[in-house]
Design a protein around this ligand. Structure first.
Ligand code: PLP
Length: 426
């Protein structure tokens, strides 16, 4: 029987069988046929503490029977207040820099980025209404970036086959070259020159660019980029949608560079990965630019489910886990084990460019069949699926981003399959 379901980022034309998952726990997905898959990418990078974490599941159940939904335009509830306080307490901070002090909710990483972009332009628009600044509307982006699939988020991401159909809908941006090793200064010089042309903001994935290819750059470069933005009064927008919640070894990647962005987008692991929620954090000047009795200046953005109480309750439980358990200790241990295994894999001539940021590791398969349009990635995905793994390579780049509860045996199985992939496809 054919299914009416249309899957995202999925090539239906290959007519491959789609696994039915019936249950999940920890790092394991249980399929309808009785088999299991190790979820080596945290189900699209969201699951942090493992699937169906009992504390998060209980919080969701409890909240669903107490207050399920509430219009958030001018009404509030305790889970939303508590998550906002928790986010602000955890957000990166530094002396002599405005701290992230306000939290705007939405429901996906893409919308958190859309909100961030709207805040940045809204800030300059409102300052201009007051005669305090010229309006600014240009956005600077980093080469190879990915910020989501809504129109604004696509506009600030790398252009390619995956968004070619919608080019007429996308707005123009200025692209700064990626600070690859040896090219850091070229990146910083380009950013300096672009900032001098008075853009509104610079949106950046801190320390590692995700879907664009898992490209890592240093905390020093991030710190320099932030300093350039600050010197020119350009708003720094950190997209911590992937890097947040411990993935790079700190709760937020910006912390590793001592950088406090003006606006920060978070999503994915905010609920431990159980239910959609996102937040865009902003400093007081950005909030204040929108705080007015003038109807022209308020922040015109919402969605029906903004700050859904059930999602916020899951986030409250996630924050409690972070507060009460040694999550960073677990991450450190996992990252070290992954580093050791990656070093061994990198000795194989079938692989090149090993890279790591915390518990995110990536490596390239050496093959002429490496282009984004080649069918290598789907073939690799099926190869891993046949070996009991959920992995989703990007072209010839194989990456792992597991939940932090992954154990040593599961990691061994993953790396054994990676070695086997090297032998077959490299
Ligand atoms: N920003 C980054 C850095 C991401 O990695 C992603 C998703 O992978 C997004 C934004 C979009 O998030 P979502 O898929 O929740 O819309």
């Amino acid at each position: 029987m054919t299914s009416p379901v249309w899957h995202p980022f999925f090539q239906h034309g290959l007519n491959e069988a789609i696994p039915h998952v019936v249950r999940a726990e920890g790092a394991l997905l249980h399929l309808a046929d009785g088999s299991t898959l190790i979820d080596a990418i945290s189900s699209w990078w969201v699951t942090t503490h493992g699937h169906c974490h009992p504390r998060i599941a209980a919080a969701i159940a409890q909240q669903a029977g107490t207050l399920d939904q509430l219009i958030f335009a001018g009404y509030t509830h305790e889970p939303a207040e508590e998550v906002a306080r928790g986010l602000i307490a955890l957000a990166p901070r530094a002396d002599n820099q405005p701290k992230l002090a306000h939290v705007f909710y939405s429901d996906s990483g893409s919308t958190a980025v859309e909100v961030a972009l709207k805040m940045a332009l809204g800030y300059w628009h409102n300052l201009a209404l007051d005669g305090l600044a010229q309006p600014r509307s240009r956005i600077l982006v980093l080469e190879h970036s990915y910020h989501g699939d809504t129109i604004g988020a696509m506009s600030v991401g790398e252009r390619g086959v995956y968004n070619a159909a919608w080019t007429p809908l996308l707005f123009d941006v200025d692209t700064i070259p990626f600070p690859a090793p040896g090219r850091e200064q070229a990146c910083l010089d380009a950013l300096e020159a672009a900032c001098a042309r008075h853009p509104a903001g610079f949106v950046v994935e801190p320390l590692i660019l995700g879907a664009g290819g898992m490209f890592v750059y240093s905390a020093d470069v991030l710190r320099e980029m932030a300093a350039i933005c600050r010197r020119h009064g350009v708003l720094l927008i950190a997209d911590e949608v992937m890097t947040g919640w411990g993935r790079t070894g700190a709760i937020f990647a910006c912390e590793q560079a001592g950088v406090v962005p003006d606006i920060m987008a978070v999503a994915k692991g905010i609920t431990g990965g159980a239910i959609p929620l996102a937040a865009t954090l902003a400093t007081a000047p950005i909030f204040e630019a929108h705080r007015s009795s003038d109807r022209a200046r308020l922040f015109y953005h919402s969605s029906s489910y903004t700050a859904n109480p059930i999602a916020c309750a899951a986030a409250v439980a996630n924050l409690a886990i972070w507060r009460e358990e040694d999550v960073l200790g677990r991450i450190k241990q996992l990252a070290q084990t992954m580093a050791d295994r990656l070093a061994t894999l990198a000795c194989s001539p079938a692989f090149a460019n090993p890279r790591q940021a915390g518990t995110i590791v990536a490596i390239d398969l050496v093959t002429p069949d490496a282009g984004y349009l080649s069918d290598l990635a789907p073939r690799l995905r099926l190869f891993f699926q046949d070996r009991g793994l959920l992995l989703r390579p990007l072209g010839n780049t194989i990456y792992l981003m597991p939940p932090y509860c992954l154990d040593a045996q599961q990691l061994d199985r993953i790396f054994a399959a990676l070695h086997a992939a090297g032998e077959k496809f490299g």
